[in-house]
Every structure is written in structure tokens, then in C-alpha cells.
Design a protein around this ligand. Structure first.
Ligand SMILES: Cc1cc2nc3c(=O)[nH]c(=O)nc-3n(C[C@H](O)[C@H](O)[C@H](O)COP(=O)(O)OP(=O)(O)OC[C@H]3O[C@@H](n4cnc5c(N)ncnc54)[C@H](O)[C@@H]3O)c2cc1C
Length: 316
């Protein structure tokens, strides 16, 4: 199987930030049996594997990603009359919304505008407008510890924009399929809700290339209460948007090489054309330092740094 893998494939085209170096080994899988066989082989042979979805929440190092990058393009979605949905983790999250709505289900309206796969959505417990993907999970098929098996949602240890697979040195685990249960809904109401969410997004989001929000929002009631210009709703929930803090330290529109904190939304880092991954990370580190110095909180990246960052040194 090792002969089937490509070598030195640049990952930049597979990320929405359009940055990053090569994968040591690379394989695209178009169905879950292919994902499973490849992951089982890699786990048996001790080849470190990174499963890639749409690359919309990841920044691979310029030095590359050692081991195998397995691009998950398995995208089957099956829906049963009782509202049980079984979907391949490589399916486009927005397709999952469309297919479930067309089957008379609701719940995934927030997926519209999230340009990733279901797998990537599960790893970061993706969400928007107070909904998260983990709410609907009833099971997950994985290749883990050398076995193809179904596990309970608790395996993932979901929390706000977080799961087991986001931790430092996460376990080797390829997600194959998710089983979800969605409530019955009315198609028009779902489309209206999704359209309204999308309208709000278009107003706020800068143009590509980005990975969406670079940092997680800060959950800190004391800080929220201390900020005069924060909305009452955010104060009540103790949520401080990362973009608010970056803007407050005067970095909206700040540029470092070809990377820029967007003028329209300070929590988006944009690759204005040809930015290296190191430049992007440098800009993120610069924002973190400035926010820490003024507010005493450390911003936590929502974007995942992948691969070998040992040669990176902060310069910004
Ligand atoms: C314009 C824009 C808007 C966005 N808006 C939102 C938003 O509103 N809310 C939100 O939560 N996010 C948002 N995002 C971020 C991103 O789209 C989501 O996190 C998305 O779910 C990531 O999916 P992906 O397929 O691109 O994951 P990738 O970036 O490919 O991967 C993310 C992580 O998941 C792992 N992974 C992926 N698939 C598998 C698998 N099958 N098995 C094991 N591990 C896997 C990868 O190894 C990596 O660690 C936005 C991004 C952009 C560019």
C-alpha cells in the first residue's frame, strides 16, 4: 500500500488559507472503506496520520507534515424515516444541512456558511448562532487503536469548539461516519433561518483567503463585565469575542508580510496573496501578545497548526 501514496504533495491548495508546506505521504480516499483500510494500514505500520477534510480550520507548517496526510472525500449521506442520519465524515457539512432539510429534518441551519466537512466540524465541535454539531450526535465510527469500531459520542469529549482530537498530541483516530438524530422540521422555516444566518455572515465576513475565526471567543464573565462597550447580551453570557479584543488593541487591518488581520473582522487572518504559514502564525502570535498585555487573557487558536513547527521562531 505504501507505493500507492504520493510523496511531497503541497498542502496549500487543500487549505482555505492557501498556505503551508508538503505532506511527506499523501493519499486521497473517496469512500469510507478506503479511508478505513488506509488508516488501519497506517496504524499497523506506525505511520503518523493526519486526516484532512476541507482544510478550512488548519494551517500546515511551511516545513511540512510528517507521515501520511489522508484526504477524506467519502461523502455518502443516508437518512432514515425516524430522523436518524448516517453520514460519511468527508461529506460537505452544508450538503448535510441541505439533505436533512429536504428529508423534513431540522437542526443544522447553522452549517450554512461553514466551508468544511462533517469530520472537521466534529473535531472542532463546529457551531454558530448558539448551536453546535455535537448536540445531535448518537454515535461515531472510527479507526482507533488498530480497530474499525463504533464509539459513543462521549469518546470525543466535546466542549466549546473543542474535542479529544484537538488536544496536543491527539490520539491516532480516523473518523469514518457519524450517526446523528435530528428533530422533524419544516423546510421553509429551516431555509428562512439559514438565509438569515447567511445574511448576517455576509455582512461580517471578509473575503478569502482565510480560515474563518482564527481565535476562539473568550469565556470570562469578569472580563466581559469590565468592558464598557460590550453588548449586554455578551456581558450576561460572559462571552468576549476575540475580534473585539484584537480590535481594542488597535490591530484591525494590521499587516505582517502577506498576512493581515482583516479590516472587516479583526478575528479573521487573511492571506492577501502568497503568505507563508510562518508569517500567518507570526501575526497570530503578535495579536496574542498584544491582547495579553492589555487584557491579561491568552487567546486560544481555533485554527489548528499541523505538522512540524520546530523550525518556527516568533519574529513579529
Ligand atoms: C469563511 C469561514 C467561515 C467559518 N465559519 C465557521 C463557523 O461559523 N463556525 C465554526 O465552528 N467554524 C467555522 N469555520 C472553520 C471551519 O470551516 C470549521 O471548523 C470546519 O468544520 C472545519 O472542517 P474541515 O473539513 O475544513 O476541517 P480541516 O481543516 O480539514 O480539519 C480540521 C481538523 O479536523 C481533523 N479532521 C478532519 N476530518 C477528520 C476525520 N475524518 N477524522 C479525523 N480527523 C479529522 C483534521 O486533522 C484537523 O485536525 C469557518 C471557516 C471559514 C474559512
Amino acid at each position: 500500500m505504501l507505493d500507492r501514496f504520493q510523496r511531497g504533495v503541497s498542502l496549500a491548495p487543500f487549505t482555505t488559507l492557501k498556505a503551508g508546506g508538503p505532506a511527506e505521504l499523501f493519499q486521497m480516499a473517496r469512500n469510507i472503506d478506503d479511508v478505513a483500510e488506509t488508516a488501519l494500514f497506517a496504524q499497523r505500520e506506525g505511520i503518523h496520520t493526519t486526516v484532512f477534510g476541507s482544510g478550512s480550520n488548519t494551517l500546515p507548517s511551511d516545513a511540512g507534515v510528517p507521515g501520511l496526510v489522508l484526504l477524506d472525500r467519502a461523502d455518502r449521506i443516508e437518512i432514515e424515516p425516524d430522523g436518524t442520519v448516517t453520514a460519511d465524515c468527508g461529506c460537505w457539512f452544508q450538503d448535510l444541512f441541505l439533505k436533512t432539510v429536504q428529508s423534513g429534518l431540522r437542526g443544522l441551519e447553522f452549517a450554512v456558511g461553514i466551508p468544511g466537512t462533517l469530520g472537521g466540524a466534529l473535531v472542532s465541535n463546529a457551531g454558530a448562532y448558539r448551536s453546535n454539531v455535537s448536540e445531535f450526535m448518537v454515535g461515531l465510527e472510527v479507526v482507533y487503536e488498530g480497530k474499525r469500531q463504533w464509539v459513543e459520542p462521549s469518546f470525543m469529549q466535546f466542549s466549546y469548539r473543542d474535542s479529544l482530537l484537538r488536544r496536543p498530541n491527539p490520539p491516532q483516530c480516523a473518523m469514518l461516519r457519524a450517526k446523528m438524530r435530528l428533530p422533524k422540521g419544516e423546510m421553509k422555516a429551516s431555509y428562512d433561518e439559514a438565509r438569515e444566518d447567511q445574511r448576517q455572515r455576509i455582512g461580517k465576513q471578509p473575503p478569502p483567503a482565510s480560515a474563518g475565526s482564527f481565535f476562539k471567543n473568550v469565556l470570562n464573565k469578569e472580563l466581559a463585565d469590565s468592558l464598557d462597550t460590550l453588548t449586554e447580551g455578551m456581558k450576561k453570557n460572559g462571552v468576549v469575542p476575540a475580534g473585539y479584543l484584537i480590535e481594542a488593541v488597535g490591530l484591525r487591518g494590521h499587516r505582517h508580510g502577506k498576512a493581515m488581520l482583516a479590516g472587516k473582522h479583526a478575528n479573521f487572518i487573511i492571506n492577501v496573496g502568497g503568505a507563508s504559514a510562518f508569517e500567518i502564525r507570526d501575526l497570530a502570535e503578535f495579536a496574542k501578545t498584544n491582547v495579553y498585555e492589555k487584557f491579561g487573557v491568552t487567546l486560544e487558536e481555533e485554527v489548528l497548526y499541523l505538522g512540524d513547527w520546530s523550525g518556527y521562531t516568533k519574529t513579529a
